[in-house]
Design a protein around this ligand. Structure first.
Ligand code: PRP
Length: 213
């Protein structure tokens, strides 16, 4: 059997976009488009095996070598700092990490700021760089509810269209950094499956409209 490239795709709309890019790059796997609950798909002819994983888990699969390549948001890479190669900015999945709060929120520097977030490291690093004393409340989702219920003063979260904030009467106070999807590689796979990895990198670079540097 020829060597297979194992690719972890983030489940959801972004993952579908990413698969289309890989397909165009010559790593097609028609069965993946069948609408079922299967999580692993392979096409020996294209030397590729895909698996759908939770977006926040992609980096773990790649770091540990269960996947050779994967696609993860810059937010996940900064939060978990996985030991992987970041090969390419795919220029998709664009959004931003931001501080948001109810529109009448005024920061009182004499008080500890209560910050609800899924991204404790990012929030911690951001506020320590500004010298602000904070109390982090780690949540796993629906972060926007926290300031409404008085659980926190502000949130640090991902903003894409801004709809979730708007519908919960919150607004962005500060953008922390822009986010986009990145192609990542397991360090030893990049060495031992280099020809396949380089082919993906080359083809995807061409699709993002600029060469990787
Ligand atoms: C993300 C994020 C915001 C929302 C932002 O949530 O945490 O809630 O998307 O998107 P918008 O600006 O386009 O409205 P996700 O869908 O991952 O759900 P969760 O955080 O509740 O798990």
């Amino acid at each position: 059997m020829s060597e297979m490239l194992n690719v972890a795709l983030p489940k959801g709309r972004l993952g579908e976009k990413v698969y289309s890019m890989f397909e165009k790059a010559g790593f097609d796997c028609p069965s993946i488009r069948e609408n079922n609950r299967k999580l692993i798909f392979e096409n020996e002819k294209s030397s590729v095996r895909y698996f759908w994983v939770k977006p926040s888990d992609v980096a773990i699969y790649v770091e540990r070598g269960a996947a050779d390549l994967g696609v993860a948001g810059k937010d996940i890479l900064l939060e978990y700092e996985p030991d992987v190669y970041e090969l390419l900015d795919l220029n998709i999945g664009k959004c931003r990490m931001a501080v948001a709060a109810p529109s009448d929120f005024r920061d009182d520097p004499s008080r500890t700021l209560k910050v609800a977030t899924k991204f404790s490291k990012i929030a911690g690093d951001f506020y320590s760089s500004t010298g602000r004393d904070i109390d982090i409340i780690h949540l796993n989702g629906s972060i926007e509810i926290a300031p409404i219920l008085g659980l926190s003063d502000v949130i640090v979260d991902i903003v894409e269209t801004g709809t979730t904030l708007k519908e919960n009467n919150l607004e962005v106070f500060e953008t922390i950094f822009p986010i986009s999807a990145r192609l990542i590689a397991n360090k030893s796979s990049f060495k031992f499956k280099n020809a396949l990895c380089e082919k993906v990198l080359r083809e995807l670079s061409a699709q993002t409209g600029r060469e990787n540097v």
